[in-house]
Design a protein around this ligand. Structure first.
Ligand code: AMP
Length: 426
């Protein structure tokens, strides 16, 4: 089926065509018709499924039908990057419409935003904190909002934004359409949905598992060997664009510096950077000036770089949900991608849960001389065996000395020295 079937305005269809979208993604197929009918919607959808267009297209259609000049749609998102990205999607999909949108988030001048708001916009894509600031200053009028979208609601909850969201909602008309999207549904998000949504249509895309177009590999490794392993993988594997995740800002910065010294085109993205620097980093990564971005989880949500071929978890994320969101940066819109995760002895519990979730999509991977065998005393054990007593175990030091690898493709590497060890979990 094509986008024609939705009976969107020709100007909106032109925007769709210009972005090269040929046919709707599953979430677009399920969400666009009820949203165009004005229904509330709860979408359980992972990242990279095309959910932005699923709500932006009906919003554009609705807003084109009435006079312009007032804020009539509000999208609330947890991160600046996501707000900015949604704003860009609105600009692209709505480029032939006369609708105007603005992104509102902290870390940049509020005065420029106030001027922008004076200039009349119809759609706002905002982060909760700065939006509340505008509400308190009286610099934004939300009394004509007809559609509210809460995007990545579970992340809003993680970041402690739900109280702010509830405050913001009090400033909106009660009669409105509300759409809530979340990759997972923790209790607090469910209760927010029950309070805000009226007889919603429920849709679920791809459950909460990371996108299935992605191949997942776990590398058992000791903490001190991670950088050598990463460099080895970067050298041996054909990669288009790589997003590397670290747990801390300082590690993101220092790892990027080490990779830079090894001759890689690399940039880091973390919360200590100014908004301008974050934008520059993202733009450089998007346009290919940097092949590698080393980021903290701040980057896991907002980034939409369709050509990311590999996500590498240098540090294991803290939860399975965080894994889903990080991995959602690759394999977007049904492109394929690879997700590599470095697993130390401390990460085994989560590694096992992920193995259960991903099943055959997840393979353990050894790299001679760099990854570790898992040992208990003298007898080697599989990661699965360790499930019952992982506190007593640790990853043994790699025993083989590492030979300098030749430049070769991932497939060749797989055939020869990379012995692939598929370990199945219970
Ligand atoms: P999202 O989940 O909204 O962040 O979208 C993920 C990526 O898929 C973005 O780069 C979109 O531009 C792209 N996308 C969205 N809808 C389609 C579609 N129908 N066909 C191809 N790509 C799409």
């Amino acid at each position: 089926m094509s986008f024609q079937k939705f009976e969107l305005h020709e100007k909106i269809l032109t925007g769709v065509r210009m972005l090269g979208y040929q046919k709707p993604t599953p979430i677009q197929l399920q969400a666009i018709p009820p949203v165009m009918e004005g229904r509330d919607l709860m979408g359980l959808a992972q990242t990279g499924t095309g959910k932005t267009a699923a709500f932006v297209l009906p919003i554009l259609q609705r807003l084109m039908e009435k006079p312009l000049g007032r804020i009539r749609a509000l999208i609330i998102a947890p991160t600046r990057e996501l707000s900015e990205q949604t704003n860009e999607a609105i600009g692209q999909l709505g480029r032939k419409t006369k609708l105007r949108s603005a992104a509102i988030y902290g870390g940049v001048s509020i005065h420029n935003q106030i001027n922008r708001l004076r200039g009349n916009v119809e759609i706002i894509s905002a982060c909760p904190g700065r939006l509340l600031d505008h509400i308190e200053r009286g610099t934004i009028d939300l009394s004509h909002v007809e559609v509210l979208v809460l995007d990545e609601a579970d992340h809003m909850f993680d970041m402690g934004f739900l109280p702010d969201v509830r405050k913001i909602v009090k400033h909106l008309p009660q009669k409105r359409q509300t759409l809530l999207f979340s990759a997972t549904m923790p209790d607090d998000v469910r209760s927010l949905a029950m309070d805000l949504l009226q007889s919603p249509v429920n849709i679920q895309i791809g459950h909460t598992a990371p996108v299935m177009t992605v191949e997942h590999r776990f590398y058992p490794v000791q903490m001190g060997i991670k950088t050598a392993l990463l460099k080895d993988i970067l050298e041996k594997t054909e990669m288009e664009s790589v997003l590397v995740f670290t747990r801390t800002k300082s590690r993101a910065k220092s790892l990027a510096m080490q990779l830079d010294r090894s001759g890689h085109k690399v940039i880091s993205l973390h919360g200590n950077l100014t908004q301008q620097k974050r934008k520059q980093a993202l733009d450089g990564f998007r346009d290919g000036r940097y092949e590698i971005m080393v980021a903290t989880d701040i980057a896991a949500r907002g980034i939409d770089v369709t050509r990311i071929s590999h996500v590498i978890n240098y540090d294991m994320p803290s939860t399975a949900d965080a894994y889903t969101h990080r991995i959602g940066r690759t394999g977007r819109a049904a492109k394929t991608g690879d997700a590599f995760t470095f697993v130390t002895g401390d990460d085994l519990a989560l590694a096992h849960s992920l193995k259960r979730m991903l099943g055959e999509k997840l393979q353990y991977q050894n790299v001679a001389g760099l990854t570790s065998e898992i040992k208990t005393g003298s007898s080697k054990k599989s990661a699965t065996d360790m499930k019952s007593d992982n506190r007593r175990n640790s990853f043994a030091r790699p025993t083989q000395t590492r030979r300098k690898p030749k430049q070769r493709s991932f497939e060749n590497a797989n055939r020869s020295s990379w012995s692939q060890r598929a370990q199945s979990a219970a």
